[in-house]
Design a protein around this ligand. Structure first.
Ligand code: MUC
Ligand code: MG
Length: 371
């Protein structure tokens, strides 16, 4: 089998409500998808999502598309995608950084290989440990009353009982009061966690985390700027509430440094941050070797990208903090014919050939900037 073509499309998907993060408000989520075709016409599809252009990570959707087309594509055309790990090593020799772009290309190669073999992609990563996984919902409407209503609806529908609150924008004390009100409303029916998205300094973190811990919050995600591993380490040893590394934890090398410094005592895995599925398994191995519990993170992918992450996460035996693969539920519409199923506070891991999702070509065309 040989790779015959690679095409990249930027897709803009409208959300059901504004989604407020410390650095950006999402009303239209931009994802990048890739289609790799073999010489015999089989298609493999991959996806990565970005948040707010280049405001969440260095790679904007436009840069991902351009760098793949100009620098990655020539390295893999004519090659056998079965050797996707060897091809990733080849790409790494000639293309520095660009982890989201690399993850996108690897996921499309993996989908192609698994479809050709007529197996789910998770069989290429050691096989499935979970048929379904717990999934958090992110409360980020920007309004405490609306967030409480959303949480109560999720609990009543048995869709989510883990809630991640996006904070870090505005006054930290107002942020804390907002979280405590939501925790009081949810009570013991759900787990309340916060994601600060790097917005606080260490001094602010000290009093805010103390208050959040006392208020019954279960997890504090990335309070400090991504490069401040020493600060994250001090916070981790000071508080009982777990501190999760997200933006600071990308590559395998970063995972190693964070585990050594204990700059966070929970790892947020994300396939694009690590540079792909194979690299994410390596990050998970470092967590496992250092006794650090894991969480299956999201960049708010569509159904395709969610299936990609879900299949990989399903191969990790212990995902102590569950996942947050809620992306498809935040969108007004989707780009696949079949949809991810959510029930009983969990998501079902898609298990068809490849990543188990069939592309809806009309929808891809409708939401694409490039077709
Ligand atoms: C992040 O920072 O973790 C995940 C959920 C959400 O609402 O935002 C993302 C990114
Ligand atoms: Mg985060």
């Amino acid at each position: 089998m040989k790779i015959h073509s690679l095409d990249v499309y930027i897709i803009d998907l409208p959300t059901i409500r504004p989604h407020h993060l410390a650095m950006h408000t999402i009303v239209t989520q931009t994802i990048v998808i890739a289609c790799i075709k073999s010489e015999d016409g089989i298609e493999g599809w991959g996806e990565v999502a970005t948040i707010g252009g280049a405001s969440y990570s260095e790679e904007s959707p436009e840069a991902i598309k351009l760098n793949i087309e100009n620098y990655v594509k020539p390295l893999i055309i004519g090659e056998n995608p079965v050797n996707f790990d060897a091809l990733s090593y080849k790409i790494n020799r000639y293309v520095k950084g660009n982890y989201f772009a690399k993850a996108l290309v690897e996921s499309a190669m993996v989908d192609l290989v698994a479809k050709t073999l007529n197996i789910p992609a998770y069989e290429l990563f050691g096989g499935q440990c979970h048929e379904s996984l717990p999934v958090a919902w992110t409360l980020a409407s920007g309004d405490t009353a609306k967030d409480i209503e959303e949480a109560q609806n999720c609990l009543a529908a048995k869709r989510h009982n883990i809630f991640k609150l996006k904070i870090g924008k505005g006054n930290p004390k107002t942020n804390v009061a907002h979280v405590i009100k939501i925790k009081e409303a949810v009570g013991d029916a759900g787990s309340v966690r916060v994601d600060v998205n790097q917005a606080w300094d260490e001094v602010t973190s000290l009093y805010c985390i103390e208050a959040l811990q006392n208020g019954g919050v279960d997890l504090i995600e990335q309070p400090l700027v991504r490069w401040d591993n020493e600060g994250m380490s001090r916070l981790t040893s000071r508080f009982k509430v777990p501190i999760m590394a997200d933006e600071s934890l990308g590559t395998v090398q970063e995972a190693y440094q964070i585990s050594k410094l204990r700059a966070g005592n929970v790892f947020a895995l994300k396939v694009p941050k690590a540079g792909g599925l194979t690299a994410t398994k390596k990050v998970a191995a470092i967590a496992e070797a250092s006794g650090i519990p894991m969480y299956g993170g999201t960049m708010i992918e569509s159904s395709l990208g969610t299936a990609i992450c879900a299949q990989l996460y399903s191969t990790i035996p212990e995902l102590t903090f569950g996942t947050e693969l809620f992306g498809p539920l935040l969108f007004k519409d989707n780009i696949t014919v079949n949809q991810i199923e959510y029930e009983n506070f969990e998501m079902k891991i898609p298990s068809g050939p490849g990543f188990g999702m069939e592309m809806d070509r009309e929808k891809v065309k409708h939401y694409s900037r490039d077709i």
